[in-house]
Structure formats: structure tokens, C-alpha cells
Ligand binder design. Structure first.
Ligand SMILES: C[S@@+](CC[C@H](N)C(=O)[O-])C[C@H]1O[C@@H](n2cnc3c(N)ncnc32)[C@H](O)[C@@H]1O
Length: 374
């Protein structure tokens, strides 16, 4: 039977954590990699897979002879399959272990299904709450799946050997866990306690537990007084007049509530020569460009250089449509869209730029500046 409203499966913790790498060995041994999964999403990529096409993705996967695609039916497409089908894909013992670990939902009468998505990125695997949700699963406190923003940041963060990394807005912990391969210590911070648990699960899955710590709290507050060589950030950035958007989306009515605070306080938390690597969305202004806008938000702007790595502009109407899922009631949908558009008018948002990555470097010792748009 469906789970009660808003319930979410418990994330593995405690003694279950060391079992995660062994349990997911079927993925690491089956080339469950980003490149290998691309064929399943011909209209988009793994990063932009679209819930309205879930049935078509499942059909392609079931037709495919590749083992990675068969496993994607379980861990990316959330296909409901019978126990004998799960057993034939994973083996009875592994399915039994998955049920015990709470990674597979065995409470549905007719089938088993995955409780989490598992996504590959930069050679590691990440457990998240599923992108393709059931109607009874609220996404307000769910942990963000890996989106195109998550991947853009993951693939552009500079990866030189450093001492201390802070991952702000850690969510699944993707950037914290990836930074653990080149940092001595990593702290992830998220306001959602469920994200803190997911961070620990992903650190365990990728055998980085001894390097990563995850703390619950608002922005920099849990690391007050500490300084870092690298700060990674994928803040919630969707401008919205609504209060009930998922924690991972809402950037307040301006969309920049959190981005602005990160930039304002950055100089307090970066070591000299340190770097912020951030992916975010920005409003388009008539009178100034993105670099100028971001420089205006930085505290002590003279200490920083800025480089914009990639950007893409969305018309605001398209942006609204992307973030307001249809409810099945066209009159309500039209009213909601109009309400969002009015809010964008109030905020003077003309269009919205998705900047795939944006980095700021505090210059070592002497003040100076570089600015570059690529
Ligand atoms: C877009 S998700 C990014 C998750 C992950 N870093 C990634 O790239 O996939 C934003 C995250 O910010 C967290 N968050 C929202 N408001 C916050 C705040 N005030 N302080 C810390 N974290 C916050 C959300 O819970 C969510 O996990």
C-alpha cells in the first residue's frame, strides 16, 4: 500500500553505513557510469531526465542488453518490479540485504521498488531521494537528486590538493564527497537534517567517512570562525512568491536571498588564495552584467577576481514553466503562473541566467582583480 502522506524512507545510518559499498558493488562492477547511461536519455541527458518521459526511458532500458541499463531500471527509473525480477537482476541475497538496509521498499503488495536514486558522478556514486516521486512523497524536505546544476559544479570544481573544503548547501553531499579525494578535511553544511544523513550515507558509500563531516545549520553558522581553501556552493536559486517550495529550490522572492549572503560573507570564510566555486542562477538586469552584479554583492570586493565559466539565458516565462509543475487543474495552473509572473515583474526580473559555474578567488596577499567571461 502507498506510504502515508509525506513519509520518506529512513536513510541508512550507524552499523548499516559500512555495508553500503559492498551492497552497491553490483553497480560499480557493471559500468554504471554517466557515459554508459546516456543512451537511455536520448532527448536530454541523465542530468535533465524528465518525469513525463519516465515510461519511455523504462521501455528503452528493458529492451537494452546492457547490464548498466537493466540496473538503471531499479536505481534511476524506479521501475516497480516483482520480487523474482529483482532476484534475477541482483541475486536473492543482495535483494534481501537491500530490504534489510531499507534501500528497497518491500511494503508494497505487488512489487518491490527502490527507495532512493543512485547516480554516478566523477567516478563516485550518490544516493539521493528519487527524482521521480509518488504523489504521496512531498519534496519539501526531500534531498535534492543530482540535477544539471549539481553536475555542472561537480565537473568544473578545480581539484588541486588542499587542506580544507567547505561544501555549503551540501544536499546529497556530492561536492563534499568529491572534494574528499583532494582535501584533508571536508565539512558539508545543510539546513535540512535529512541532507546531513544523506551526506554521511554518501561519504560511507564512497569510503570517505574519515574525511567528511556534515553539519546541520543555516549558511555559514555551523562553521563560524573557520577558514577554507575551497568553498563549493549550489544554493537554492529559484525566485518564487510561494513559501512552500522545496528547501532545495527556493531562493526567496528575488531568487538571490542565499546567493547574496554567501557573497557578502565570503571574505570571512576563505583563506588567502582560497576559492569559491559556485553554480547558481541570476536575474538579468538592463543596466549591468553578471560580473558587475556579483562584484556588487561581494563583501570586500577588491580582494576578489571573478570568472564566469558558462552561462545560458532562460526567458522568464520558460523559467516559470520549468519550476511550476502542472497540478492537473488548468485554471489553478494558469493563476499560479500569472502570480509568479507578477512577482517577477515586482522584482524587475527580465530573464534568468543559469550560470553553470562561477568562481571567485581571493588574491594571495596583495589586492587586485581579474574578470573574465568565457
Ligand atoms: C540546490 S540544492 C544543492 C544540493 C547539492 N549541493 C547539489 O549540488 O546537488 C540546495 C541545498 O541547500 C539547502 N539549503 C536551503 N537553504 C539553506 C540554508 N539557509 N542554509 C544551508 N542550506 C540550505 C537545501 O536543503 C538543499 O539541500
Amino acid at each position: 500500500m502507498p506510504k502515508p502522506a509525506n513519509s520518506r524512507p529512513t536513510i541508512p545510518r550507524g552499523d548499516s553505513l559500512p555495508q553500503l559499498p559492498g551492497f552497491f558493488r553490483h553497480l560499480t562492477e557493471s559500468d554504471f557510469t554517466f557515459d554508459n547511461l546516456l543512451e537511455l536519455f536520448p532527448d536530454t541527458t541523465l542530468t535533465g531526465r524528465d518525469s513525463s518521459r519516465q515510461a519511455a526511458y523504462r521501455l528503452s532500458a528493458s529492451e537494452s542488453g546492457k547490464r548498466a541499463h537493466q540496473l538503471a531500471r531499479l536505481w534511476l527509473l524506479r521501475e516497480p518490479l516483482s520480487r523474482p525480477d529483482w532476484d534475477s537482476l541482483l541475486g536473492c541475497d543482495v535483494v534481501e540485504q537491500g530490504l534489510e538496509l531499507g534501500l528497497i521498499n518491500g511494503t508494497l503488495r505487488t512489487h518491490l521498488e527502490a527507495c532512493f536514486d543512485v547516480q554516478p558522478a566523477v567516478g563516485d556514486l550518490f544516493l539521493t531521494d528519487p527524482k521521480f516521486r509518488h504523489t504521496w512523497e512531498s519534496d519539501k524536505h526531500g534531498v535534492y537528486y543530482l540535477g544539471s546544476d549539481s553536475y555542472a559544479l561537480a565537473y568544473t570544481v578545480p581539484r588541486q590538493e588542499i587542506e580544507d573544503t567547505l561544501d555549503l548547501f551540501s544536499g546529497s553531499g556530492i561536492h563534499a564527497v568529491l572534494a574528499a579525494s583532494h582535501s584533508r578535511r571536508v565539512v558539508g553544511v545543510d539546513i535540512n537534517p535529512r541532507a546531513v544523513s544523506m551526506g554521511y550515507a554518501n561519504a560511507a558509500l564512497n569510503q570517505k567517512t574519515n574525511i567528511c563531516t556534515f553539519l546541520q545549520g543555516n549558511l555559514f553558522q555551523p562553521v563560524n570562525g573557520r577558514k577554507f581553501d575551497l568553498i563549493t556552493a549550489n544554493p537554492p536559486f529559484v525566485p518564487t512568491p510561494d513559501q512552500d517550495l522545496a528547501l532545495y529550490r527556493s531562493g526567496g522572492e528575488s531568487g538571490e536571498l542565499l546567493t547574496a549572503e554567501v557573497l557578502e560573507k565570503l571574505h570571512l570564510y576563505l583563506k588567502p588564495g582560497g576559492m569559491l566555486a559556485m553554480v547558481t542562477n541570476y536575474p538579468v538586469f538592463q543596466d549591468r552584467g553578471i560580473l558587475e552584479h556579483h562584484r556588487s554583492l561581494l563583501g570586500e570586493p577588491e580582494r576578489f577576481g571573478i570568472a564566469l565559466l558558462h552561462s545560458y539565458t532562460f526567458p522568464r516565462e520558460m523559467y516559470i514553466q520549468m519550476h511550476l509543475a502542472p497540478t492537473g487543474d488548468p485554471v489553478k495552473d494558469a493563476k499560479d503562473q500569472q502570480r509568479w509572473l507578477e512577482s517577477y515583474h515586482r522584482q524587475k526580473i527580465k530573464a534568468w541566467v543559469s550560470a553553470s559555474s562561477f568562481s571567485a578567488t581571493s588574491l594571495r596577499g596583495k589586492p587586485g582583480r581579474f574578470e573574465k567571461t568565457m
